[in-house]
Design a protein around this ligand. Structure first.
Ligand code: FPP
Length: 231
């Protein structure tokens, strides 16, 4: 969800106002994805690297996350949304950690959209955590190194149990991944949009889905092997 800061500057507002506008867009997009029967939506709200932003912005974002959770969790629950958080929780404010745990517990048996919020998340962190927990299991004698394969690693990655993303959308004009879901996006289709996140409304999501519907997904096979026209 890139572009909140530039959106704020364009509107003569401070960066936090841009993030507040970003939360409004997130709400709209979540609602839309729920109605479209999309199975999982993962939003990158705060990266491991974002901790290095000015303290005022970091603190403002943390407050915004607490407020947004407090305000939205009931409506999300009423709409059957299951919330899940990925990232390094222990550095987040205690109040936020508590809200996150409460929201996950409240919505855990819902069967609609799974909404994953990546908070203090980094793809490198995720892989390191997975490796660490596998190493601990080896040390405890539960596993031997020969048992380590892609399936096992995947079971220790933060999105374990959820399908790999079909589509990755990056807003705000940058053409890079910025340490998001590195393990899981091996075969994701990638859609780059110049639109700044606060302006990325339902029309923009529809355009991204339209792009996705035209992609031929081969997962390393040839067109012939997947039964499509071509070689
Ligand atoms: C990037 O814009 C956005 C962030 C660092 C994260 C904040 C995202 C939100 C507040 C929206 C959704 C929140 C929730 C709780 C779902 P930027 O600051 O990098 O923008 P810039 O590149 O234009 O400076």
């Amino acid at each position: 969800m890139d572009g909140n800061g530039r959106w704020a500057r364009q509107h003569g507002r401070n960066r936090l106002a841009g993030h507040r506008a970003g939360v409004r867009t997130a709400r709209e997009v979540v609602e839309y994805c729920g109605k479209q029967e999309i199975e999982v939506l993962t939003l990158f709200a705060f990266s491991s690297e974002n901790w290095s932003r000015p303290a005022e912005e970091v603190n403002g974002l943390m407050r915004l996350f607490v407020e947004a959770l407090q305000r939205e969790v009931r409506a999300l629950d009423d709409n059957g949304v299951r919330l899940r958080f990925i990232g390094e929780r222990r550095n987040l404010p205690t109040m936020l950690q508590k809200r996150m745990a409460d929201a996950e517990a409240l919505t855990s048996s819902n069967t609609g959209l799974t909404l994953v919020l990546a908070l203090a998340y980094g793809g490198h962190w995720d892989i390191v955590e997975a490796v660490r927990s596998i190493a601990e299991r080896v040390q405890a004698g539960e596993l031997s190194p020969e048992n380590i394969d892609e399936v096992l690693l995947e079971q220790h990655i933060a999105l374990a149990g959820l399908p790999a993303p079909d589509l990755l959308i990056r807003t705000g004009g940058e053409k890079r991944i910025s340490n998001f879901l590195l393990w899981n996006i091996a075969y994701s289709e990638i859609y780059f949009s110049d639109t700044l996140w606060p302006d990325f409304g339902v029309d923009c999501v529809e355009e991204a889905l339209q792009f996705f519907s035209q992609r031929q997904r081969r997962f390393g096979l040839t067109s012939g092997q997947i039964g499509a026209t071509g070689d």
